[in-house]
Design a protein around this ligand. Structure first.
Ligand code: T5A
Ligand code: NA
Length: 211
């Protein structure tokens, strides 16, 4: 079936960044403010820890279980595929998805482990819906490490985050919007909203592309 719709489809907006860059804070604010101006929007967060697959991921991140690195990578990806049909159907029905982490986190994190290439990590992500806009919240690891409860989960380790950042730098595409995430929450939100409204005017009726 064709994924072209006559009416304005919802967008796929992804916010990426290092741990504690402020992704969840910004995604939630954006979802709220879009709904407030009658742009139906839904907040999605990967990993989605409430599904069967997500529960295994949560156990792994909180160090309650050990898993092979390849298995974990495929679970993170499976966790996105679990939502593929719902994402497509939401977008087709005009709902904009505000997604807190996506395939790029999947690739950047696993590829920070010894023996994993960016190419291999991309494999299971191929075919997922391609975002209409990717916003990268840029923050130095030193500032990030000082925020919230940094350091509790498995990947919240300084040297690992530095490797993740260098991987993200390889994934950035020219159309990504890079925002300085060390500024106040409100200032970042203002920029994000501006970018989203701009893309919304441009895209609307286009087909949903794939990674
Ligand atoms: N992962 C994820 C993979 O390995 N593969 C994958 O495929 C995916 C999807 C968990 C881990 O999983 C890895 C990456 C992660 O290591 P998660 O559940 O998204 O991923 O992680 P969380 O712990 O929920 O979120 P983060 O640690 O990434 O934090 P956020 O969402 O970036 O930051 P946020 O908004 O929660 O803010 C953190 C703190 O900073 C404050 C907030 O109030 C909060 O206390 N803050 C600010 N302070 C000052 N100025 C600002 N502008 C601020 N913005 C927020
Ligand atoms: Na978060």
């Amino acid at each position: 079936t064709s994924e072209t719709e006559s009416k304005q489809r919802g967008l796929l907006i992804v916010i990426e960044g290092l741990d504690k860059a402020g992704k969840s804070t910004q995604c939630k604010l954006l979802t709220k403010s879009l709904n407030a101006i009658n742009i139906p929007s839904k907040y999605l967060h990967f990993p989605m820890r409430t599904t069967a697959v997500g529960k295994i991921i949560d156990d792994y991140l909180n160090k309650r279980i050990e898993l092979h690195d390849s298995a974990v990578h495929l679970l993170f990806s499976a966790n996105r595929w679990e939502y593929e049909a719902e994402m497509i159907s939401d977008m087709k029905s005009g709902v904009t998805l505000v997604v807190d982490r996506y395939s790029y986190s999947g690739v950047a994190f696993t590829a920070a482990k010894p023996g994993f290439s960016i190419d291999w990590c991309r494999g299971p992500e191929i075919g997922l819906p391609r975002p209409d806009l990717v916003i990268f919240l840029s923050l130095s690891q030193d500032v990030a490490a000082g925020r919230g409860d940094f350091g509790e989960e498995r990947y919240e380790v300084d040297t690992f985050q530095k490797k993740v950042l260098s991987n993200f730098k390889q994934l950035i595409e020219p159309e990504w919007k890079i925002l300085d995430a060390s500024r106040p929450i409100k200032a970042i939100q203002k920029d994000i909203k501006e970018q989203v409204l701009e893309v919304m005017n441009e895209i609307g009726e286009c087909v949903i592309e794939r990674l």
